[in-house]
Ligand binder design. Structure first.
Ligand code: SF4
Ligand code: ZN
Ligand code: ZN
Length: 315
């Protein structure tokens, strides 16, 4: 069968997004061009900006570093790209994946900054798990990572942070927010750029990029990425939602894009949604919706040996 795009080479794959038979060369082109289109139509960047690429060494962020470097050169975006990694302190997982980021730093010739939980908060995830066990570890980790990325980006004087969140991640988050009635987050999770008016906006150039295509791209291009899951990963709830979407995808490949479009189109009656206030944490000065930011509340709990109490406190 011939490739549907060039009509000359043999088709080697079926695009997961639309089932189109294409050759490898055309697949690379459409994959990259769709991301370029997303970047341009959403005005994600301005010439001269310093962009921190959140790099974990996994497939998404490795492909993100590769594609951002490629497009920045091809279309002369004029961006200063840098890699920014967070070391959660998980032996046997993050130490290995950071080795992959270091290799990428050399391949793409990008500066790399690593910020660690140990330096920022005085605790590694390994130490936190020893104290709190394996029930709420991802709550700590998620809150700390978010702030750690901000802190790292401020350190390198970045104008924006880009993350490798892909279409599957966003569709899962839309679904999870609907299931738990979290309309504030539903509103936010489909936004390609959050915090536009803040000092450090975050954007997701892979918002419409299918995970399967990211894996294919990384595989055929032989990119160096780390594929092991975190040793503390439970995430049962997201796991169920992911399975459900994967099952639906088998009968309707467009389901991922459909869910994202639904999330974008849902009009929210804001009179019923409590939007958190924005202020600065009295302890660390970072963004908070209360006197103390979530990271400080969790950290205080840990330091006082009352981590379980801290989790129950509403921000
Ligand atoms: Fe952190 Fe949980 Fe992700 Fe592991 S699975 S890196 S503990 S958020
Ligand atoms: Zn082709
Ligand atoms: Zn704080």
């Amino acid at each position: 069968m011939k490739c549907e795009l060039c009509q000359t080479r043999n088709a080697k794959i079926k695009r997961p997004k639309n089932q189109m038979p294409v050759c490898h060369e055309c697949f690379y082109i459409v994959f990259e061009e769709e991301i370029h289109h997303t970047i341009m139509t959403n005005n994600l960047f301005k010439r001269g900006e310093r962009i921190a690429i959140g790099a974990s060494g996994g497939k998404d962020s490795t492909v993100l570093a590769h594609v951002m470097t490629t497009l920045n050169k091809r279309y002369d975006y004029g961006l200063n790209l840098e890699l920014l990694s967070v070391d959660e302190g998980i032996i046997g997982y993050r130490d290995d994946s950071l080795e992959t980021v270091k290799k990428n730093q050399i391949t793409y010739e990008l500066p790399l900054t690593i910020v660690s939980y140990k330096d920022l908060y005085g605790w590694t995830m390994d130490e936190i798990v020893k104290v709190i066990g394996l029930t709420n570890n991802c709550t700590f980790c998620g809150v700390f990572r978010r702030q750690a990325l901000d802190r790292g980006a401020m350190l390198i004087k970045a104008d924006k942070i880009v993350t490798g969140h892909n279409a599957d991640d966003i569709a899962e988050t839309v679904y999870m927010n609907i299931l738990r009635g979290d309309f504030f987050r539903l509103h936010k999770c489909v936004d390609i750029m959050t915090g536009r008016e803040d000092a450090l906006p975050r954007c997701k150039p892979f918002k419409y990029t299918y995970e399967k295509e990211i894996v294919m791209y990384a595989h055929f291009k032989k990119l160096d990425y780390f594929s092991t899951e975190c040793i503390y990963s439970p995430n049962a709830y997201r796991g169920y939602v992911r399975e459900l979407i994967k099952d639906l995808e088998k009968v309707r490949p467009s389901i991922i894009t459909d869910i994202i479009h639904s999330g974008e189109s849902i009009k929210i009656d804001t009179s019923n949604v409590q939007f958190p206030k924005k202020m600065n944490c009295k302890q660390c000065g970072f963004v908070a919706s209360n006197d103390l930011c979530k990271a400080c509340v969790l950290l205080d709990g840990l330091n006082k040996g009352k981590a379980r109490v801290a989790i129950g406190r509403k921000e």
